[in-house]
Ligand binder design. Structure first.
Ligand code: SAM
Length: 218
């Protein structure tokens, strides 16, 4: 098992670095409507984005975070829902300028249902068009080097299927950008720009990244 001391997290630092890079790219946060589909209590990064944007909507599956969310984000529209199910089952969704996808790692959801057993952002990323008017900035978590991976053969299987790659224990950033560039192009977007910022190091190796893609419908 992994010693947690091997993990070097950059939660706030990573978010601030991402925001600086997006500001340099010309993103004008104060004009933009934002939605986070994995809210928790919002203290990890929603709180940082919420101070910058025009409006922040937050979705979270677990009722236990509702009061905290309402307390922390009194101006926000907060929904306690299964985001993935909602995204898959609805043709019309709120149009936003920034979509935050602070996806959990590994598999999550209902263990006893294949349909509601989710993995990272894989079950919803192909549906992002539903949120988009003309342009959308999509920010999601990408794990290029999972730790304790041998303990999770199902996770490995899902990652191999999604990335169409058998070496998902050590994916390069180049491979991943190429993969998402092709995916978003296939979905009907032009890529205005794309960047990544490390969120977590494991044994000094960059493991989890923010991937940010600014997309425009073709
Ligand atoms: C990484 S945390 C989010 C942290 C949050 N973005 C912040 O800034 O504090 C992931 C959250 O996703 C929630 N979650 C898991 N599955 C979900 C689903 N299907 N729909 C909505 N939320 C879900 C979990 O309950 C957990 O609170």
């Amino acid at each position: 098992m992994t010693d947690m001391q091997d993990l070097d997290t950059r939660w706030e630092k990573g978010t601030n670095e991402l925001i600086s890079r997006l500001l340099e790219k010309g993103i004008k946060f104060s004009n933009l409507k934002c939605l986070e589909i994995f809210g928790r209590d919002g203290t990890w990064h929603v709180s940082i984005f919420a101070k910058l944007v025009k409006s922040m909507e937050i979705w979270e599956i677990d009722e236990k975070w509702k009061d905290e969310l309402q307390k922390n984000f009194s101006k926000s529209d907060i929904k306690i829902i299964d985001s993935i199910k909602t995204i898959k089952n609805n043709l019309e969704l709120p149009k936003v300028d920034i979509l935050l996808i602070d996806n959990p790692m590994n598999l999550y959801g209902n263990e006893n249902s294949q349909e509601n057993r989710y993995c990272e952002h894989f079950d919803m990323i192909e549906e992002i068009k539903k949120f988009c008017n003309k342009k959308i900035l999509v920010i999601f978590n990408v794990n290029r080097h999972p730790f304790d991976y041998n303990l999770y053969p199902e996770w490995r299987k899902r990652r191999e299927q999604f990335y169409m790659n058998t070496e998902t224990d050590n994916l390069s950033i180049e491979f991943l950008h190429k993969f998402y560039e092709q995916l978003f192009e296939k979905l009907g977007f032009n890529i205005i720009f794309n960047i990544n910022v490390t969120r977590v190091f494991f044994k000094k190796i960059d493991m989890t990244h923010y991937f940010a893609y600014y997309l425009e419908l073709k």
